[in-house]
Design a protein around this ligand. Structure first.
Ligand SMILES: Cc1ncc(COP(=O)(O)O)c(C=O)c1O
Length: 448
C-alpha cells in the first residue's frame, strides 16, 4: 500500500496501523541502499523509511502508521508539518530562499530574535543571534562567554551532552559513541558532578546540597573561579538519561556563577519550546541564565538554533566575530515564527503539562508492578524510565525493550550514560488515545 499521494500533518489518520512487520519489505530494501551509500557511523534507531508524519503518527513506505514518542528527538514539538509552519515556509520558499543575513538582511530573522529576547527567562536587556544546530549554538555561547570575560575555562557536568563538533564533543560526558577515537579534545574543559537523585551516593534528599558543594569545591580547587568563563548545563540532562537535577542544585550553581563573574549558560536545546511544561525548563526553579542556547523544537525540524543572552555579553563581541553563511536561513526563520505562534495560540505549554499528567501516574503504576523499572522521572512531555536489573541499581539495557516497542508500532528512543533509559518525547499535539495506546504497548514490552 502506498500513501505517497497524501500529505502529512495533523490531518493524517491518528491511528496505529501495522500492515507489515516492522520494518516492512520496502523499508528493508531502502535500508540495504542506505548501508551501501551511508557510513555506519550514522546509526538508525528504527529503520522504517518515512513518507509522512503529523499529529502523533509517523507513516512509512510500507503503509504502516507508528505512534510517535520521539518527535525526531524533541524537535517536532508542534507536530510534523504543522499548518502554520507549512503555510509560512511555503510562502517564503516562493519569495526567496537565501541572501545570507550578514550580506543582505530580512525581517523574519529580526522577528525571531525579538521573540526569543521576549520569551526566554529574565526581563533584562537581551540580544539573540541565529545559527544552524544545537552544537553550533553551544560553541557560540562559549565563544561569547570567553570573549566577554577574558577567561578560558568551561565547566560542564557528568552526564552532559552538548553535541558532536570538536568543542561540544569535548563538553559531552559520555565516551561511547560520541568521543571514542575522535580525540584529541579541546582544552580548558572541566567536568564536575551532577545532582543525579536516583544514583547519588548520599541519597536523593542530600543530593542537591552535596552535589553543589562538591562541584563548587572542585571548581575552586582545580580551576580557580577567576579562570572560569562559563558554567554550561542542561536544566534536564537529555541524552544523559533525562536526569532532573535535584531541586535546589541549579539555583545554587547559578548563584555561585553570579557571585564569581562566571557566565551561566543553559543548554535548552532539548528542553526548550514547551517540551517540559514550561516554555523553557529553567523557569521551573526560577533560574535566569546569562546565556540560553536553543535549537530542536525552535523551528519544527528546519535547521535553526539560537544564542540568546545578556546584551552586555553579546554586544562585547566585535563586528564580524559571530555568524555563518546559513545561520537564520529565511525558511527556518519563518518556520520558527510559525512554531512560536502555534505554541502560543494552541496553548502547547499546557498541553505538555497535560501529557505529563497522563503519563506519569501510569508509569509510576508500572514501576510498582515491574521491578525492572528503577526510576520514573521527567516533566511535561519529557519523561523517562530508568531500567535496572531487579533488586539492584545495575543498568538493564533499554534497547531490548525499545525493540519490542518498535515491533508493535511504537517509536521510542533510548538514552542514558548506561544505555538503560527509555525516553518519551511525544509531539505535544499527540491525541490522548495514542498516548494511552503507546503506554499499553510499553507495558506489554516490559512484561516480555
Ligand atoms: C542538550 C543538547 N545540546 C546540544 C545538542 C546538539 O544539537 P545538534 O544535534 O542540533 O547539534 C543536543 C542534541 O541532541 C542536545 O540534546
Amino acid at each position: 500500500m502506498s500513501t505517497a499521494t497524501t500529505h502529512g500533518g495533523p490531518g493524517l489518520p491518528q491511528e496505529r496501523r501495522l500492515v507489515t512487520e516492522i520494518p516492512g519489505p520496502r523499508s528493508r530494501e531502502l535500508f540495504v541502499r542506505k548501508q551501501a551509500a551511508v557510513p555506519p557511523g550514522i546509526g538508525v534507531t528504527l529503520p522504517v523509511f518515512v513518507t509522512q508524519a503529523g499529529g502523533g503518527v509517523v507513516v512509512d513506505v510500507d503503509g504502516n502508521s507508528l505512534i510517535d514518542f520521539g518527535s525526531g528527538i524533541a524537535v517536532t514539538n508542534v507536530g510534523n508539518a504543522a499548518p502554520r509552519v507549512v503555510e509560512r515556509v511555503r510562502k517564503q520558499v516562493a519569495d526567496f530562499t537565501h541572501t545570507c543575513f550578514m550580506v543582505a538582511p530580512y525581517e523574519s530573522y529580526v522577528a525571531v530574535c525579538e521573540k526569543l529576547n521576549e520569551l526566554t527567562p529574565g526581563d533584562h536587556d537581551k540580544r539573540t543571534f541565529l545559527v544552524n544546530s544545537g552544537a553550533e549554538a553551544v560553541e557560540n555561547a562559549v565563544k561569547v562567554a570567553r570573549h566577554a570575560t577574558g577567561r578560558q575555562a568551561v565547566v560542564v557536568f557528568d552526564h552532559g551532552y552538548h553535541g558532536r563538533t570538536l568543542l561540544t564533543m569535548t563538553l559531552t560526558a559520555k565516551n561511547m559513541p560520541y568521543k571514542q577515537g575522535f580525540g584529541p579534545f579541546a582544552p580548558e574543559v572541566y567536568r564536575v558532578p551532577l545532582a543525579y537523585p536516583f544514583r547519588w551516593p548520599g541519597g536523593p534528599d542530600n543530593c542537591a546540597e552535596e552535589a553543589a558543594a562538591e562541584a563548587i569545591d572542585l571548581i575552586g580547587k582545580q580551576i580557580g573561579a577567576e579562570n572560569v568563563a562559563a558554567v554550561l548545563i542542561e536544566p534536564i540532562a537529555g541524552e544523559g538519561g533525562f536526569i532532573e537535577p535535584a531541586r535546589g542544585f541549579l539555583p545554587k550553581i547559578a548563584e555561585y556563577c553570579r557571585a564569581n563573574g562566571i557566565v551561566f549558560i543553559a543548554d535548552e536545546v532539548q528542553t526548550g519550546f514547551a517540551r517540559t511544561g514550561d516554555l523553557f525548563a529553567c523557569e521551573d526553579e526560577g533560574v535566569v541564565p546569562d546565556i540560553i542556547c536553543t535549537a530542536k523544537g525552535i523551528a519544527g525540524g528546519l535547521p535553526l538554533a539560537a544564542v540568546t543572552g545578556r546584551a552586555e555579553l553579546l554586544d562585547a563581541v566585535h563586528v564580524g566575530g559571530l555568524g555563518g553563511t546559513y545561520g537564520g536561513n529565511p525558511l527556518a526563520c519563518e518556520a520558527a515564527l510559525g512554531v512560536i505562534e502555534t505554541i502560543e495560540q494552541d496553548k502547547l505549554v499546557d498541553r505538555a503539562r497535560h501529557i505529563g499528567e497522563v503519563m506519569l501516574p501510569r508509569l509510576h503504576a508500572l514501576k510498582e508492578r515491574n521491578p525492572i523499572v528503577g526510576d520514573v522521572r521527567g516533566r511535561g512531555a519529557m519523561i523517562a524510565i530508568e531500567l535496572v536489573v531487579p533488586g539492584t541499581k545495575d543498568p538493564y539495557p533499554a534497547a531490548e525493550i525499545a525493540r519490542r516497542c518498535h515491533a508493535e508500532g511504537l517509536l521510542v528512543l533510548t538514552a542514558g550514560t548506561y544505555g538503560n533509559v527509555l525516553r518519551f518525547l511525544p509531539p505535544l499535539v499527540i491525541p490522548d488515545h495514542l498516548l494511552d495506546e503507546g503506554l499499553s504497548i510499553l507495558e506489554r514490552a516490559l512484561q516480555g
